[in-house]
Design a protein around this ligand. Structure first.
Ligand code: HMG
Ligand code: MG
Length: 307
């Protein structure tokens, strides 16, 4: 059942950097994307077309998209919460857009300022317009395993949103553990609900690593045959509307695990570590990724040992 190849959706430039308090230069964001694609990343979530009042860090969305040297075979995606965001996004030629709802009412209000039902109504024309422009639509269902405001979230609540996403024509369904509280059996239970409405190639997991459960949750989903996962280089990020939540599973940790299991990713781990070290240096901190830290320490030790 475990897939022999896994597709990583690199969300560091968006999910990672959206949470930074200090300004990150558009040029650094662009360089990060260039380094990620050079490392073999084939799906990159670049930015979001949300309100700059809500998430100031993503205000340079169009500039970043315009600055990319695109590589054939790479899919560049962006977040679009409404038609206004979609219109601005389409002008920058994304390959895919992402609508994001929540499985918890409280989080929906805090994150996108509307109820779950209103958000689905808002997304329906976004999906139609994206399809009319030939652009694929993915969704993220936040708080699928727990909510910072409401507490536990059950699989029924997740399935209700999955069903609505399928009904409005969303092509791909992402199950997101926004605050990283999920554990493997619960991750499987939520994913199984997505699999009732989407083929296995069109579901993915987005696991924040706040409680150190992300890799275990991914392994549990691999056991269901799921082969697409979001990850964030250097473990960057969090969500501005989920205080205390840390970044997604670090891409370097995930690639290390998958390669160790003999699963192909198409990613060059050393080059990925370099991309993570680059952006971490720009942010003035160490990468959060354990694998990256270990590999960087090994490199440093080899340099010291060299004559
Ligand atoms: P609102 O205030 O309810 O929107 O925000 P509105 O329609 O009433 O408009 C208010 C103002 O915002 C107007 O401007 C609009 O033009 C402007 P004003 O007249 O006041 O000058 N506006 C926009 N500007 C730029 N781009 C837009 C846009 N839409 C309206 N697209 C809205 C509603 C959804 C816009 C707001 O709540 C918002 O931007 N939220 C974004 C929150 C966000 O980005 N969260 C982080 C991403 S989600 C995430 O991280 C989770 C994920 O990783 C999965 C997981 O881990 O769970 C995906
Ligand atoms: Mg996230």
């Amino acid at each position: 059942m475990i897939p022999s190849r896994v597709r990583l959706v690199e969300v560091g430039p968006r999910d990672g950097l959206q949470n930074e308090a200090g300004r990150v230069a558009a040029a650094d964001k662009i360089e990060l994307v260039q380094r990620l694609q050079a490392a073999g990343c084939r799906e990159i979530e670049v930015t979001s077309f949300v309100s700059p009042k809500w998430v100031p860090q993503m205000a340079d969305n169009a500039e970043v998209m315009a600055g990319l040297s695109r590589q054939a075979g790479v899919r560049y995606s962006v977040l679009t919460p409404n038609l206004k965001g979609l219109e601005a996004a389409l002008a920058t030629r994304p390959d895919e857009v992402v609508v994001f709802a929540a499985a918890s009412e409280a989080f929906s209000r805090r994150n996108i300022n509307c109820s779950i039902a209103e958000s689905i109504e808002r997304f329906a024309p976004v999906v139609q317009a994206a399809h009319a422009a030939g652009v694929k639509v993915r969704c993220a269902i936040s708080c699928a395993l727990g909510c910072p405001y409401q507490g536990e979230v059950g699989a029924d609540a997740v399935e209700q949103v999955v069903r609505q996403m399928a009904a409005i024509g969303v092509d791909h369904c992402g199950i997101a553990d926004t605050i990283g509280v999920g554990t493997p059996r619960r991750a499987q239970a939520a994913m199984e609900r997505a699999l009732k409405h989407y083929p296995v190639d069109e579901v993915s997991g987005h696991f924040h690593d706040t409680y150190g459960q992300a890799l275990a949750n991914i392994l549990a989903c691999l056991e269901l045959g799921v082969s697409t996962f979001d990850s964030s280089v250097a473990g960057l990020g969090g969500c501005p509307y989920a205080k205390g939540a840390t970044g997604n599973v670090a891409s370097e940790d995930l690639v290390f695990m998958l390669h160790g299991m003999g699963i192909e990713t198409g990613i060059d781990l050393d080059a990925l570590v370099d991309a993570g070290a680059f952006i971490s240096a720009r942010l003035g901190r160490e990468p959060v990724s354990r694998a990256a830290k270990a590999l960087l320490a090994r490199r440093a030790a080899r340099r010291e040992a060299a004559p």
